[in-house]
Every structure is written in C-alpha cells, then in structure tokens.
Design a protein around this ligand. Sequence first.
Ligand SMILES: Nc1ncnc2c1ncn2[C@@H]1O[C@H](COP(=O)(O)OP(=O)(O)OP(=O)(O)O)[C@@H](O)[C@H]1O
Ligand SMILES: [Mg+2]
Length: 363
Amino acid sequence: MEKTIRCPNCSKTTTCTGSPGETKKLTCPSCGAIGKVTFEDIKDSTSEPALVSLRNISKRYKDILAVDNVSFDIKQGEIFGYIGPNGAGKTTTIKIMVGLLNKTSGNLSINGYQMPEQKEHAHRFIGYMPQEVGFQKWRTTNHALTTFGKLSGMNNTSIQQRIDENLKLLNLTEYKHKKISKLSGGTIQKLGIVQALLHNPKLLILDEPLSGLDPESRYQVKKILKELSNNGTTVFFSSHILSDVEDVATKICILDWGHIVKIGSLDELKSEFLKENQIELILSKRSDKFNEIGKISGVQKIIEKSSQKILVNIEKTGDTDEIIHNIIKTLMENNCRIRSITPTEPSLDEVYQYYLRKGGVKQ
Ligand SMILES: Nc1ncnc2c1ncn2[C@@H]1O[C@H](COP(=O)(O)OP(=O)(O)OP(=O)(O)O)[C@@H](O)[C@H]1O
Ligand SMILES: [Mg+2]
C-alpha cells in the first residue's frame, strides 16, 4: 500500500510504499529528517469491503482438480457456511485460506494481505480449527492450549486468561487439568474451538466445527458463533449438518466437484427453488372432504402427507390471501376442523439437493 507523509520538520510531502502492519524508517528527501511511518493493519473499509477475497482459486493434486476456479468474498461480521458433498473441495479451500496449502492458481487476500506471500501477517487475524483436531494425547488441556497460545505469539498472562475465559465459554473448565487422552471425541472437538478462539481472532475459519457434537453442544456453539459475529468477528465454517448452517449462516456457498454450484443468503438460495407457494394444512380429525379445496381457483396441487397433514400448492402469481381465505371457507363448509394452516418454506436440505441435482451449473 501507498502512503503520503508530510514531514514534521520541513512540511514537504513524500510518498512511500509498504505492507499493511509494517513500520518503516523514512528519510525526508527534502531536509534529510529521519522518522518512522506505520502502514495501517486494516485497509479502509470503503476501498476493501471484503475481509476475505478469493478470486479464481484452483488447486490441482496431480490428476484431481480439487478446487476449480472458486471466487467469493467474505465481509466482516458475516457467518459464511461452506457446504458440499464429501470430496467437494471444502477442506482444500480452507487449507489454502489458512496458508497450509499452496493454490495452483488464483488470488487470495485476507484483511488486505496477499496469501500465501504475506501469511505471517494474515495469521495474526486468523483462528483456525482443522477438520481433524490434532492435540497431542499425552498433554493436559491446559498444556496443549498453552502451547498453541505460545505459537500464536501470546504472552503467558494473556494465554492463561484466554484459556480460562474460553474453557468457561464452552463449559469445559472441569477438563483444564485432564489429559487429552481421557477426553471424549466431542470434548476434544470443542477444545479445537477454544484453541481457535485463543488469540481473539478477527476471522475464525472452522472446518466442520459441529460434527461429532451432541445437540446441546451444537446449540451452544451456534450461539457462540452468533455472538462472535454480532461483536464483529467473521466466521467461515464448513459443515454437513445443513440445519445448523441454516440456523447461523448469513451467507451460504454450495460446492460440488470443486466448483461453486450456488452462493447467496438462504433467502436467495430458496427464491429460485420456490416454483410455487405452498401451505401446510393440519386437520384435527381425518376427513376426505379436504379434497374439495382442489376446486378452488388458484389451488394447483394437493399432496396428502398423512391422514391429517396436507400440503397445498397454490399459484405463485395468485392472490395468496384470497386463496387461503377460500381454502378455510371451503374446509369449514365441509366440516373439516382445522388445527393449523401455515405457509411452508423449503429447508436448506431440500434447497441443497435441488442445486446438486441441477448440478454443475457454474456461477
Ligand atoms: N493430499 C491430497 N492428495 C491428493 N488428493 C487429495 C488430497 N487431499 C484431498 N484430495 C482430494 O481432493 C478432493 C477434495 O478433498 P477435500 O478434502 O477438500 O474435500 P471435502 O469437501 O473437505 O470433503 P469432506 O466433506 O469429506 O471433508 C477429493 O477428491 C480428495 O480425494
Ligand atoms: Mg473436509
């Protein structure tokens, strides 16, 4: 980056270049005065709104094209869900993002730093949890986490403070002095999250953080991710648990065979999928008379899910309120007692299957 400096001695301006976060010694070309100039860590948000930017990233392992021309941006505070079948290329993308693998081609920047060239700078902002959390089994929790803290360049006092804070956050305080070999798989998985959070990173990159966790722990981790995001932390995570992605992700990217099949918010992903409006009817007592609603103008299809649960597809272009009113009227006229009537939306699971079936449509 470039910076124009006014010399405090002679007031003449001069331009110098450096990397974000770098402090340079500078000699004024006019008067020879010597000073220091620091290049800001974070680029101006108007010039670089994306915290992470991937442009045409590809990765080839010999004859396998694991990541195929992937481009996306992640903005600060976003919770970005990265989903796709086994072998789609999620972990490969993540390893490139954290600098563990070299890309074959493309451009990647994190917080303004080019990867992998400036990964030492970028690493200060990244908290990473790998798919296989690898703590040495003979260490205690505290010992293992302290080692990670030191590797992140933290001092001993803040390491202990952050270990205590984050063990408490994930309800793991009781395991602080236990050996890793004595812990359950789910507990080790959660320790992986503690380790990623240790140096208070601006960007969390988590490879399947929710796999292997019981429902309560998943709820707890999702809550933590939302709180972190509300406080400005950016979260990128991969997962196969689509209901969890649906619960927390503000942006979702579906990857298949290394390339992006679809990317957008949940609503954006659903909008193409929704070919018609659908409502769910639950009757309090079984009655075949519900079929009468098939005669109503605007009702396209009736799907009997069970004896009392019926799905009704109505025209997308029709007057939904009028059609629902007529459905209720017709049911009442036919003595069908209604327990509930609700518009239905596809789940992320249905949307995901839809885009994968459509398959291979590159964005
Ligand atoms: N070190 C490697 N050498 C060769 N091929 C590899 C290597 N690592 C991954 N692959 C291949 O690259 C492709 C993408 O793998 P990757 O691990 O990125 O997928 P994934 O989406 O994370 O899958 P999963 O959901 O199973 O974790 C797969 O075909 C895999 O076999
Ligand atoms: Mg993986």
